[in-house]
Write a protein that binds this ligand. Structure first.
Ligand code: GDP
Length: 475
């Protein structure tokens, strides 16, 4: 279904746009054809002029009244015609932030014919009225949720357009080819070719390069948006909780002398140099008879699979070098950063010891070359923690670097890009084997469908429902 030209629903919606609870100001937002006329019925400007008479983009002081009772003295900001966030008339009342006032004003709007907005409905209208592409609308939610400088930057860039025009441009070019090929079908008797196959090949090549670049940017984008998952592992009592506390500089995880007390995984976040790290504390990773502990062990293995960085804690008294080597061998995979932390080296020389060097030698003698770093620390005495942070920071730089100028962070976009590339391969294959126009057109249409689903040029109600229901009410 193509929503671009569909006139959107006629009703006027209302919702609190600011956070719930007591605040200095609460903004109540109305959007829809009747937003201004409805407001005139409940809001009297101080000047006596109606909002319908006032120009767009103006702010008015006045009172909101329910019958004869004044509910609040507040400001009304008006946006007329299509020149608003939603692309339809909008009024925003900036009231005093009392829950009672908010409730009364919304009730009043409802009694005058508005209905409560659904989650994300304002942004959905902005999309349906052609104000935002779908991926831009999604970036609005990301922007609101962004909690680090890097995540904020990406969301802002995407909300302002990001790769929308690039994708739309390529889609339009492809659409022309699809039309030409389909036109050939009408003249199938005459064996004509309107669509230049060589040009099509070149276009496919350009699309492929662009899409592959975007797909590759996802892993960096994801690390920036959701944080880099870090697993802290080691035997019980290796100092995992202590290290986590030291890094976070506060007592959130429970530190205990009894082996295996950190049974549940705890997730904490830490920001270093504008990047979020998601630390995952786990129970020990030893083989164990203890049932409850065993759940923790399983979890630790799972977490390592999910992690992009793993911090493995060991020390000379409680580990053998073979144990450490085995850990690296068992858990190494391409792309995973392994940092071996020799803990409990309280106030000792911080260079590598013979024990550490033995680990290094053993790992270097393996056929497989492992990518890891080694560092001596004391989680308890906070020795070498700055060096640890520096290593984390350098890992973060690697994990968040991409050659792509635009970065994608949304799994829906990633899937659509991958689907487009699959269809693209089929088109290329079809061209190589001189597949008939009608079959070629089917694969091109499929590419168009997936490309269009990113920006929302093609969409359906289910997809839209899914996207916008994740927004909060009032957005
Ligand atoms: P976990 O089971 O791996 O989470 O280990 P904990 O963080 O609970 O630490 C176990 C014990 O080791 C506690 O008594 C800590 O105080 C102690 N510990 C942790 N790190 C260090 C350290 O760097 N030096 C010393 N001396 N003790 C430590």
């Amino acid at each position: 279904m193509n929503h671009e030209k569909t006139p959107y629903t006629d009703d006027t919606i209302v919702a609190l746009a600011t956070a719930t609870g007591v605040g200095a100001i609460a903004v109540i937002r109305l959007s829809g054809k009747e937003a201004i006329t409805l407001s005139d019925k409940i809001f009297k400007t101080l000047s006596g002029k109606s909002l319908s008479e006032a120009p767009s983009h103006t702010v008015h002081l006045g009172t909101i009244k329910s019958e004869d009772q004044v509910i609040d003295e507040c400001l009304a900001t008006i946006f007329k015609g299509k020149k608003s966030y939603t692309g339809e008339p909008v009024v925003e009342f900036s009231c005093h932030g009392s829950p009672y006032i908010i409730q009364e004003v919304i009730k009043l709007c409802l009694s005058h014919g508005a209905r409560l907005a659904e989650a994300g409905e304002f942004t959905k209208r902005a999309f349906l009225n052609g104000k935002l592409a779908l991926n831009q609308a999604e970036a609005v939610a990301d922007l609101i949720a962004s909690d680090s400088q890097a995540a904020h930057q990406i969301a802002l860039q995407q909300m302002r357009g990001g790769f929308t025009s690039e994708i739309e441009g390529l889609r339009q070019e492809l659409l022309n080819f699809a039309s030409l090929i389909e036109l050939e079908l009408d003249f199938s008797e005459e064996d004509v070719a309107f669509a230049d196959r060589r040009q099509l090949e070149q276009l496919l090549q350009r699309i492929k390069t662009t899409l592959q670049r975007l797909v590759q940017s996802f892993s960096a984008g994801n690390a920036i948006k959701n944080g880099i998952p870090v697993a802290i592992v080691g035997k019980p009592n290796a100092g995992k909780s202590t290290l986590l506390n030291t890094l976070l500089n506060e007592e959130r995880a429970i530190v205990s002398d009894i082996a295996g007390t950190t049974r549940d995984t705890i997730e904490e976040t830490l920001h270093i140099a504008g990047v979020t790290f998601r630390f995952i504390d786990t129970a020990g990773i030893r083989d164990t008879q203890d049932k409850i502990e065993a759940i923790g062990v399983e979890k630790a293995k799972e977490k390592i699979k999910k992690a992009q960085i793993v911090l493995y804690l060991y020390n000379e008294k409680e580990n053998t070098t073979d144990e450490v080597v085995q850990f690296v061998q068992e858990n190494y995979r391409k792309g995973l950063k392994i940092l071996l932390l020799h803990n409990k080296t309280d106030n000792e020389y911080i260079g590598l010891s013979d024990f550490d060097k033995e680990i290094e030698e053993k790992l270097n003698h393996k056929e497989q070359k492992y990518d890891y770093s080694q560092l001596r620390i004391s989680a308890k005495e906070k020795n070498n923690i700055e060096a640890l942070k520096e290593i984390l920071s350098s890992y973060a730089k690697e994990l968040t670097t991409t050659e792509s100028a635009t970065i994608i962070t949304n799994i829906r976009h990633l899937e659509a890009l991958q689907q487009t590339l699959i269809a693209l391969d089929r088109v290329e294959e079809g061209l190589a084997t001189q597949l008939s126009g009608d079959l070629l057109a089917i694969d091109i249409r499929e590419m168009l469908y997936h490309l269009g689903s990113i920006t929302g040029a093609v969409s359906n109600d289910e997809v839209l429902g899914n996207i916008f229901s994740r927004f909060c009410i009032g957005k």
